[in-house]
Design a protein around this ligand. Structure first.
Ligand code: GLA
Length: 727
């Protein structure tokens, strides 16, 4: 009954199928309406679902019959000006000053695989993948505006990705005031919105609230996807849990201003949408020109939130991340930032390399401070040449030394920035982002470069390429430590300033694309004062991102929990640092710090020479364990076993082919700790699992229904952390 048909078009019905989900739309006299997104349906006629109460399916007569506007319709891509009160996905400014557009379906195409979105990061299909794309062509007959809606169906991933391409097919110029990537309309079944908020060192804190009337948005207007509002949104049935119930999620493949919205209208219609924030967005489209939106990655789960997240993890890890390190094991790294800040010499790095080699660390990273006159954060961003007072002899001999110890060498850049106190600023002040006649705002003594200017992008490319060509640097940490403010450009014309934010992103993505293409074996890691630009857009270029500047294991429990709603664990860099922790002053055990850093990109952020012999032994053993089980952390299914915001424990589980690793940290300690069990997930009920350390055996059913017991008596004190490995 459920044939493997990814895209089935019959009459006026479009049906998209993934392994476990179906997405249905109807063409109602030219208007594309949404019918269904949920569990897989047979390929039959679903038109009865499309015939909605008080909506007769005809746009004009619906309006003229004075029916309650289009708010009651489920529109696939609502356009401003049709009389509805809810937020539209598209708003245009025509040359006659009017804002209306009426897009009607004129045709469709089915494309094998998936087309690229020019200049933008997006998921991709590989040879042999079961992926097809539906392109629905719509047109405004009066203005000539053409809007093509793309739906790429990733059958085996249970994911549909969407973007929109808008072409001005008329004679007169139009301006786009809003062009979202996707809208998803459905009837409210009693949903909760799962969103996130955050700050520096407290990224992606999950909030779950009942969906209320009006718009609930997660958005950023600071030029980057931000610490404050990561570009994803989930709607879940209010009874849904990690393991049960329906949930639909959207995540935007974009690193700039965005808005993710769930808008509950007066007739109970929910419009869930994602795209570039419309605040201060204007895009001029002359006759014949096109604009493509960023992509939104969308998934539906009928089996709770863990399954929804696992769908996101699978697609992001395998069909968003690229390059050698998509699949290759990421090296265990040690970053020197927390250990030495700006004060180091080549001797510091060499002695760190000596100890790292002994410990089994594989990559040593020199962070900020190796270039220009960078002895504090007050200067030199933009001057990407080695400070030979610090690194005497330059990077090449240092790199050779590090390599001779069997380690790779990595280095830090903050390429998008310029310090007023820099040689670059002294020679090219017009390259800084600032408004003429106004004093620019500095953050951390830095301004941003104007990446809308191709010359600036070329400079960034060649500065980094020079360093990478000059020594065997095998890792780059790409940092970004301020937000955009008071944007101005010596390069763009006044009427292009509404395009600034998006043009900036196109400039950034262009440089990154050149670098990852020309240096395919370099591991690029994203960073933005920690996790301030952690999004699918960046993961297309940098398969791992520094999750947060907060390296406190307890804080990380919540940050990594929130990040795991969309992003695979292999993308989350997590490091063991010293105690008391530099951000919180808290001390937890070595074991707790290691277990909480167990992701597919594990490392250290400390001074190796300060380690005791006991620490060193612990680290050596742990690295061995990590490497042996790397596949489980990088490629296993990740399950959230608890909610660290509300539960007594922060607990998680990885599972790959019967290999199970569980970590749990006690968050609250009482005088009498009750006996507690932690239930595992996703195991085979009839299979016997053996605890590798104790030899104890359990049936999968026992572990899932009763759980592993945390022995309360021997388990007191704050933040005690345990790990089990079962096979
Ligand atoms: C940011 C990063 C840190 C470190 C510093 C260096 O804060 O998040 O990891 O690289 O910059 O200045």
């Amino acid at each position: 009954m459920l044939e493997n048909n990814l895209i089935v078009v019959t009459g006026n019905q479009f049906q998209l199928n993934t392994k476990n989900t179906s997405y249905v739309m109807h063409n109602e006299n030219g208007m594309l309406t949404h019918t269904y997104y949920g569990k897989r349906l047979p390929n039959v006629n679903h038109e009865y679902m499309a015939k909605r109460c008080r909506y007769n399916g005809d746009f004009q007569s619906n309006i003229s019959a004075n029916l309650p506007t289009l708010d009651n319709a489920l529109l696939e891509y609502p356009v401003f000006g049709d009389g509805g009160i809810t937020a539209p996905a598209l708003e245009v400014l025509n040359s006659d000053g009017t804002n209306f557009a009426e897009i009607k379906v004129t045709g469709y195409n089915i494309i094998e695989g998936k087309p690229k979105i020019e200049g933008l990061p997006a998921s991709y299909a590989e040879e042999g993948d079961n992926v097809k794309t539906l392109e629905v062509v719509t047109k405004d007959e009066v203005s000539g505006l053409e809007v093509r809606l793309y739906y790429a169906v990733f059958y085996d991933f249970d994911v549909i990705t969407r973007f929109v391409k808008i072409t001005n097919g008329g004679k007169n110029a139009v301006t786009l005031l809003r062009a979202l990537s996707a809208n998803l309309a459905f009837d409210n079944k009693g949903y909760d919105v799962i969103s996130n908020y955050g700050t520096w060192a407290k990224e992606r804190q999950i909030e779950r609230t009942p969906l209320a009337h009006g718009a609930t948005s997660v958005y950023s207007n600071c030029g980057s996807s931000s610490h404050g509002a990561n570009p994803f949104l989930i709607l879940a049935e209010n009874t849904a849990t990690e393991d049960f119930g329906e949930a639909v999620g959207m995540a935007l493949a974009y690193s700039g201003n965005h808005r993710m919205t769930a808008d509950l209208g007066r007739y109970g219609v929910v419009n869930m949408s994602a795209g570039i924030a419309a605040d201060n967005f204007r895009w001029n489209l002359n006759s014949g020109e096109s604009f493509s939106t960023p992509e939104v990655v969308m998934s539906f789960s009928a089996n709770g939130l863990n399954a929804l997240s696992q769908n996101f993890h699978k697609i992001v890890k395998n069909r968003v991340c690229r390059g050698a390190y998509r699949d290759a094991r990421r090296p265990v790294l040690l970053n020197l930032w927390e250990a030495c800040s700006f004060t180091f010499t080549e001797e510091t790095v060499k002695s760190a390399a000596d100890i790292c080699a002994e410990l089994g660390v594989e990559l040593l990273v020199i962070d900020d401070g190796w270039f220009g006159q960078r002895n504090t954060d007050h200067c030199s961003l933009g001057d990407w040449y080695v400070n030979e007072e610090k690194i005497r002899g330059g990077l090449k001999p240092l790199c050779d030394y590090v390599n001779s110890k069997g380690l790779k060498l990595g280095i830090w850049f903050e390429p998008e920035m310029i310090c007023p106190d820099s040689d670059l600023f002294r020679t090219k002040p017009e390259w800084a982002m600032k408004i003429n006649g106004r004093k620019p705002t500095e953050t951390r003594w830095q301004l941003m470069l104007d990446l809308t200017n191709p010359e600036v992008c070329d400079y960034i490319y060649s500065s980094i390429a020079n360093i990478l060509n000059g020594a065997n640097i095998e890792y780059v940490k790409w940092d970004y430590n301020r937000t955009m403010a008071h944007i101005g450009s010596a390069f763009l014309k006044a009427d292009q300033m509404g395009e600034y934010y998006h043009r900036y992103m196109l400039g950034l993505y262009g440089v990154l694309e050149r670098l990852v293409t020309d240096f395919p074996n370099v591991l690029f890691e994203g960073c933005a004062s920690g996790g301030g630009r952690f999004d699918i857009g960046m993961l297309y270029y940098t398969p791992q991102i520094w999750t947060s500047d907060d390296t406190d294991a307890v804080e990380r429990a919540a940050i990594q929990y929130g990040t795991s709603f969309v992003y695979p664990m292999s993308s989350q860099s997590a490091h063991v640092s010293v105690c008391p922790n530099q951000q919180t002053g808290r001390s937890v055990s070595m074991q707790a710090r290691h277990i909480l850093a167990l992701t597919g990109s594990f490392g250290y952020e400390l001074a190796p020479e300060e380690l005791t012999d006991k620490d060193k032994e612990y680290i050596k053993d742990f690295i061995k364990f990590y490497i042996e089980n790397y596949d489980v952390f990088a490629n296993g299914k990740y399950f959230r076993l608890s909610n660290p915001h509300t539960d007594e424990y922060a607990a998680f589980q990885y599972e790959l082919n019967g290999n199970v690793i569980v970590g749990a940290m006690r968050l609250k300690t009482h005088a009498i700790n009750l006996q507690t069990t932690i239930k595992l997930k996703g195991l085979e009920p009839d299979r016997v699992y053996t605890d590798v350390k104790t030899g104890d055996t359990y049936y999968g059913a026992q572990l899932m229904e009763y759980g592993l017991r945390i022995n309360a008596a021997s388990y007191t004190g704050d933040y005690q952390t345990v790990m089990w490995q079962l096979k």
